[in-house]
Design a protein around this ligand. Sequence first.
Ligand code: GAP
Length: 537
Amino acid sequence: MSDPKEPKVNERMEKIVSLCKRRGFVFQSSEIYGGINGFWDYGPLGAELKRNVKDAWWRSMTQQRDDIVGLDASIIMHPKIWEASGHTSTFSDPMVDCLLTKKRFRADQVDPQSGTAYFYTGATAGGKTCNEPYSVLVPPGKPAESARKIACQFYTARGLENPELQGERSEVTKDSTRYNPENGSLLTDPRPFNLMFKTYVGPVESQDNVAYLRPETAQAIFAQFKNVLEVSRQKPPFGICQIGKAFRNEINPRNFTFRSREFEQMELEFFIKPDEVAKASPASTEPIAEGQPQPQWGWKEWHQYWVDERVRWYESIGLSRNTLEFYWQKPEELAHYAKATVDILYQFPFGTQELEGIAARGDFDLTQHQKFSGKPMEYFDEETKARFVPHVIEPSAGVDRLVLALICNAFQEETVTDEKGKTEVRTVMKFHPRIAPIKVGVFPLLKNRPELVKKALEVRDLLRPHMSVFYDEAGAIGRRYRRQDEAGTPFGVTIDFDTLGEKPELLNTVTLRERDTMKQTRVTIEELVPLLVSKIR
Ligand code: GAP
């Protein structure tokens, strides 16, 4: 079934998925048992890439700022947290089941169908009757017989052998979402399906012991707000951020890792003064540069500030502004807690889709936890004597979606011609050096010359404390370059006979190859560390 908002996986996407498996970026989870829908594993290159993305986010949020601190909370928390947040009652998707096959769909993702609908009041067989009404939609031009065949299967499944259909009537139908697009069978009415994974804490599987795998990391931050506030000596405006796993029992996982059932989030909850407190704040006596936070900023200014900051960060890891789009949610689309939400979208090969949501959550969460826990969540400002529950701006990004966007963004096929005039397609992953899984490949020109190998291993050991290095001595040098192109390694260092002093003026120099331009320059071994470090940081 396809979603009108998410076009079918195209050829480019197929190539990307195949490269991900072939090169060890992403594998299907439990593949040897046929896989498990909505779960993915990251292979050697994917694990490095993901780690680099998370490190870059963490550094930009915590280590490069004074006003944000980190948290690493548990995945299973007190179930009251999800009552307070509204997840127990409202975190659900409307879902429909096929009455024939029991296959489940998200109601809002069923493609509209047109044709003739055949209705039955029931069926009989050998003195038995089933009075359950049923209907089947057949596409234009298809005979009534095909509807009858499906209807007979339906009543057979209800215990009637060779059923005789009752009360058939037909109706021309246009754009109906009541039928399974795969077989025309009627679907159930939509029912809410809670997306939280349930488990039991302790040995007894009773209602009292029900707990949930967190569907977002955010709530732990709200629940720990007071503790963090106390120990960090921060005061609003300030933020608490977290990276961690989240779980959602998505009805329709799709588009490779884009919508998974287990994924990671990078979330910041940035606590600000309510508008009425902020606007009354004294103006700063210091001159403040344009765009820099001001004491009187209300939620709208902070919201815009975080949208700008997040875009800057995406640019810093290689997603240029022109690959991103912004979607301001309409009032009727906003989550129950949000005053405004901007989605940052990326142009995936399967459609332009959300990478991150930046929501202005007001004081909803802290107020709810105050109510449900009975513990005060207010902040008292000694200076102004103001007492308030802080409001929140929340930039919330998915790690896996971002990794997928970076993979899609990096993937390129180029036609190249070698010195002998032979053309071939070069597959190259043009990752920004900051997030590339491997930063540099080190190659002795020939593996059967111990002096070259020895020098190459020395260079590897020189670089290793500063960056991830891949040493490769197997095969022709061109083949080794191509392997690293596919892995997205931005630099290659080759140790040849000149390195050993065949041309005395080139002693202790190596060739440095740049992945994107394939240009090679000669640099001294001494220069390598500072040169490469300046490009990967
Ligand atoms: N705390 C707010 C929150 O969780 P969300 O829009 O539901 O908001 C935030 O999720 C981000 O988490 C999304 O923008 C997306 O990047 C990621 N995400 C959500 N559901 C996902 C899924 N099923 N698979 C992969 N990533 C997902």
